[in-house]
Design a protein around this ligand. Structure first.
Ligand code: ATP
Length: 483
């Protein structure tokens, strides 16, 4: 069987305290993960970067933190109760399970690669028909008619009938006869739509404006592979941008560009990002693309950008009986605003950043080092402070510096092991700067500042340290690149 290309990433993430399988001591149920001490820092830094880039620098975007459990009618209106299903088949011979749409999409991609455009188009139409009609018998027919086999065992393929499965987790609100069935939200966006007027009025926003939210979402994913790519509990960073009807394409292009800049500004190379139009557009959507990142296993979606027209607000208006309109004083008319949304999966973005950063460097003499080349702003620990040795007053001096810097940055004090080993440990978790206090420090108050990527060390006076770090860890320089 082919080696899992994510394996080195998964091992590094576990060994260095970034990501652990959930409830591991009981044998993790799968597709659930916990973020360890460095993982949670990196994740929080990604969230802060997103929040600053979206909310702080845009005067017309404001934040929201809506509840995970909502009125069940929300999900009826959004279409999730009736249409949020996955369709899957099992290979009777190997027991392996696949999503129907994934199998067909894989075949379409292969046909396109071979230049068989017509065949690809015909298959795409069959996929669209099958999904829009939610017809499992027809889905089975599509697999058989097109001789679509188990990609891992093509010679041993015998499909079960296609079955469907609700992706939303159900729970109860209240108890006894009063209990009603509710759902754990499968996306954060609906919390934004139902608060549209509350936010618009209280934040005194005029169209165009956006509402941003970061929060947990839940999907009972059936086929959970590829680490944090497909989880049952994950986090989304979503922004709905409310616009005048007819301006959909204009804002769609703007947000596509801005979101790409956000990834590039933290060092994701252009050639590892690609924009992929959706194969099948929802009937209400004007346009939809995915931003994909080239993971070790190939290009995969990390964010969706969708022009959703006024579908969601209109549906909530219809189902709640409450008007969700905006009076445009410039046009002197009321309308249900249209929406362009940017919907990023925090865990997939985390994995993309982690994957891009993890580097094995050959140092000569058969030696190598593992270094996590994260953008310094995202690094879990910004500064590690080391006394060269554990004696002669060096630890005390080092503690003084640590105590000065820790109020500003995530710092780490360490005196165990040789200095080389301490550097390596911090390379592996991505600490961009290490400060070493040595005998010369006691004489002239200078320390060495080591750069993670170049491994260069320079001597710098203690009094200049803070200003120097402020320059190297400057939010302004980064954020100016993303507007
Ligand atoms: P996919 O086709 O891969 O299932 P999707 O198109 O259903 O994803 P969206 O509903 O557009 O995803 O959700 C927006 C973002 O949320 C995705 O781009 C992805 O980054 C993230 N996301 C969706 N499902 C999961 C999941 N199960 N685990 C982790 N992240 C997810």
């Amino acid at each position: 069987m082919a080696k899992d290309p994510l394996k080195p990433l998964i091992s590094h993430a576990k060994e260095y305290g970034f990501v652990f399988p959930s409830s591991e001591i009981y044998g993790s149920p799968g597709a659930l993960y916990d973020y360890g001490p460095y993982g949670v820092e990196l994740k929080n830094n990604i969230k802060t970067y997103w929040w600053k880039a979206m909310v702080q620098v845009h005067e017309n975007i404001v934040g929201l933190d809506s509840s995970i459990l909502m009125h069940p009618r929300v999900w009826k209106a959004s279409g999730h109760v009736d249409a949020f299903f996955d369709f899957f088949v099992d290979n009777k011979v190997t027991g392996k399970r696949y999503r129907f749409d994934h199998l067909v999409e894989e075949r379409i991609a292969k046909l396109e690669k071979k230049g068989k455009k017509e065949e690809a188009e015909s298959l795409r139409q069959q996929l669209e028909k099958a999904l829009s009609e939610q017809n499992t018998e027809y889905m089975y027919e599509v697999l058989i008619k097109n001789d679509i086999r188990d990609p891992e065992s093509p010679d041993k393929t015998e499909w079960t009938p296609v079955r469907h499965f609700r992706l939303m987790f159900e729970t109860n609100l209240g108890a006894g006869e009063d209990a009603i069935t509710a759902y754990l939200r499968p996306e954060t966006a609906q919390g934004i739509f139902v608060n549209f007027l509350n936010v618009q009025k209280t934040a005194r926003q005029k169209i165009p404006f956006g509402i941003a939210q970061i929060g947990k979402a839940f999907r009972n994913e059936l086929i959970a592979r590829q680490f944090v790519m497909r989880m049952r509990e994950f986090e989304q960073m979503e922004m709905q941008f409310f616009i005048r009807p007819g301006e959909d394409e204009h804002w769609f292009e703007i947000w596509k560009e801005k979101r790409l800049k956000w990834y590039k500004a933290i060092g994701i190379p252009e050639e590892k990002l690609r924009i992929k139009p959706h194969d099948h557009l929802a009937h209400y959507a004007k346009a939809a693309v995915d931003i994909e990142y080239k993971f070790p296993m190939g290009f995969k979606e990390i964010e969706g950008i969708h022009a959703r027209t006024n579908f969601d607000l209109s549906r909530h208006q219809e189902f709640s009986g409450k008007k969700l309109q905006y009076f445009d004083s410039d046009l002197q008319e009321s309308y249900v605003p249209h929406v362009v949304e940017t919907s990023a999966g925090l865990d997939r973005v985390f994995l993309a950043i982690f994957s891009e950063a993890l580097t094995i460097e050959q140092l000569g003499g058969g030696k190598q080092r593992t270094v996590l080349k994260l953008h310094p702003i995202l690094a879990p620990i910004k500064v590690a402070v080391f006394p060269l040795v554990k004696k002669d007053g060096l630890p005390e001096k080092a503690r003084e510096i640590f105590n000065q810097l820790r109020f500003k940055y995530m710092c780490f004090y360490e005196e165990k092991d040789s200095i080389g080993r301490r550097y390596r440990r911090h390379d592996a978790i991505g600490t961009p700067f290490c400060i070493t206090i040595d005998y010369q420090t006691l004489e002239d108050n200078s320390v060495t500042l080591r750069d993670r990527d170049t491994m260069q060390q320079e001597r710098i006076h203690i009094h200049e340290l803070e200003q120097r770090l402020d320059e190297l860890l400057d939010w302004k320089t980064l954020l100016q690149k993303v507007v």
